[in-house]
Design a protein around this ligand. Structure first.
Ligand SMILES: *Cc1c(COP(=O)(O)O)cnc(C)c1O
Length: 524
């Protein structure tokens, strides 16, 4: 006997009945919201809007709207119906989509230069749509079969680029780099202090500590805090002017920590710092951590993707010596957020992060199916099948798509560096190692406080204008302007426009200040 699903006819034109049966029954009331034909029409309408969004030739980094105004606009789009299911209103849906697309950062516009979120490959979003409708959470094979297989396949593709054997290493996806850093630190801690998961402490008088780059992302400090390590037990490793850990100072810093009675179990290096995109000298650092039996975690949230590029992968020389690696695909692999890959050199370490039994999900004796589960390696239970957009793009286009875009963005950033170096009134703060570049507008040789204020004023005025979206970061205590080039549609012309806008804005701020100072000077 075959079971045939009742066909939805999508004919809603009847007389009090819809395709689920008599109106008033739950099935009938719900039928419209679940109607496949309606869904298809909505997707088609949405696709038209997305296409014009992608085609939009205007430079528009961000249209920052007063949150109270946006709240009111959004509230006006909400149905007032509070008893029955509101009838579907396609105009309401269209206005919601339009509002969504027009607010927030515009990653597809060449004016978007401020953040590390991807200028996504649009097709990746299509796969997200499929995943959202099919809803196959991915921690367990039986729920998300293809996502779990795709995770294995991506690990097989990417582990060799790190220098690891897919057969003995492991990879798990996490919702963001912050979560991956936390998970890696947890695995490192459990390896160093095997009793800690059961007892809750490392043993009498033992003070677990971590050593991190002074330029480490704030999520590393947070992870340490969550693990109960305490800010005072975070050893900060000095960096050079480019933002790279100075390897010759690592040994002395660890010796000093030991003298203070700290047990450093993990060192976190960066492969692409958030501020300047600096790559720590991993091989030299690994030689030290190896000798001392310290877990080396590489936070490659931003920069690990350079491994895909034959031109740029040398930046990560030595990464094969690490114990774990955080790799955000939602940054330089151009898929929607979140999609983070956490790699472990030794597969058994991955399970070491969580030493638990839960009979409703974990099988004591994995069978052919549950052997593919990843739930034992992640903090998350229900998890988005976030690998699917990445795996699909990789399957459809191959790795060269990613390498081409990475190479182009890095070359563009070098070009921006050359332009800035030639531009009077600008100071560039470092040689870019990837696609992040920090600089200041400083036509008058201002003192640090005034220089700081000028950069902040420029950044907020440029953002308010909305054509360009750039960010700011403090470097040695003084604000700097920062561009992150994630969009390959940016060209030299856009960069020149940006510099002109910064110059004009900066000069305007300086004129206003001078006028104000004159007025203050006139006061009796
Ligand atoms: C972006 C970033 C993070 C945080 O990752 P999320 O995916 O935003 O949680 C961590 N470390 C570095 C170096 C980053 O650039």
């Amino acid at each position: 006997m075959t079971l045939v699903r009742t066909q939805n006819t999508a004919d809603n034109s009847g007389n009090g009945t819809v395709n689920g049966g008599e109106r008033g029954t739950a099935a009938a009331d719900l039928a419209e919201a679940f109607d496949p034909a309606r869904f298809q029409r909505a997707v088609e309408q949405c696709a038209v809007r997305l296409r014009s969004h992608l085609d939009d030739p205007e430079i528009k980094g961000l249209d920052l709207i007063d949150p109270s105004v946006l709240t009111k606009t959004a509230r006006d789009l909400m149905t007032a119906e509070r008893v029955a299911i509101a009838p579907f209103d396609e105009h309401r849906l269209a206005r919601i989509v339009d509002l969504y697309l027009s607010t927030g950062i515009q990653v597809h516009s060449p004016g978007y230069m401020g953040r590390q979120f991807s200028g996504t490959v649009p097709l990746a979003g299509l796969v997200d749509l499929v995943g959202s409708v099919a809803n196959q959470p991915s921690s367990f094979y039986e729920a998300g079969q293809l996502p779990n297989v795709a995770e294995r396949l991506m690990a097989e593709e990417l582990a060799p680029l790190i220098g690891w054997d897919p057969a003995t290493s492991a990879m798990v996806t996490t919702s963001g780099g912050s979560m991956a850093n936390l998970t890696a630190l947890l695995a490192a801690r459990n390896r160093a202090f095997p009793g800690i998961w059961a007892r809750g402490d490392a043993g009498a008088g033992v003070r677990p500590a971590v050593a991190i780059s002074a330029e480490a992302h704030y999520s590393v400090d947070r992870a340490a805090g969550v693990l109960g390590i305490g800010e005072e037990r975070i050893v900060r490793l000095p960096v050079d002017a480019q933002g790279r850990v100075r390897p010759e100072l690592v040994g002395p810093a660890l010796d000093e920590a030991e003298r203070r009675g700290l047990r450093v179990f993990c060192l976190v290096a960066s492969a692409g710092t958030t501020a300047m995109g600096a790559f720590d000298p991993l091989a030299e650092i690994a030689a030290i951590t190896r000798r001392r039996g310290i877990w080396l975690h590489v936070d490659g949230a931003h920069g690990a993707s350079l491994l895909v590029s034959p031109t740029h992968r040398g930046r990560l020389d030595g990464v094969a010596e690490a114990d774990s690696l955080t790799w955000d695909a939602h940054k330089m692999l151009f898929v929607p957020a979140p999609c983070t890959l956490l790699f472990y050199r030794d597969a058994s370490a991955a399970r070491g992060a969580f030493r638990q039994r839960a009979s409703y999900v974990f099988d004591e004796e994995p069978d052919a199916y549950s052997a593919y589960d990843s739930g034992d390696k992640t903090l998350e239970c229900t998890k988005r099948p976030m690998i699917m957009p990445l795996w699909t793009l990789w399957s459809v286009y191959g790795p060269a798509l990613f390498a081409r875009k990475i190479d182009h963005l890095c070359a563009l950033t070098s070009q921006a560096h050359r332009m800035l170096a030639d531009e009077p009134g600008f100071t560039v703060l470092h040689e870019p190692e990837a696609n992040i570049l920090c600089f200041r507008y400083d036509p008058d040789g201002l003192d640090p406080a005034a220089l700081h204020g000028l950069q902040l004023a420029i950044r907020s005025r440029v953002r308010a204008d909305g054509r360009f979206f750039i960010s700011k970061v403090d470097i040695d205590g003084v604000a700097a302007l920062r561009v992150v080039l994630m969009n390959h549609r940016i060209d030299a012309g856009h960069l020149a426009l940006l510099l002109a806008e910064i110059r004009a804005t900066g000069n305007q701020v300086l004129r206003e200040r001078a006028a104000r100072d004159d007025k203050d000077g006139d006061r009796p």
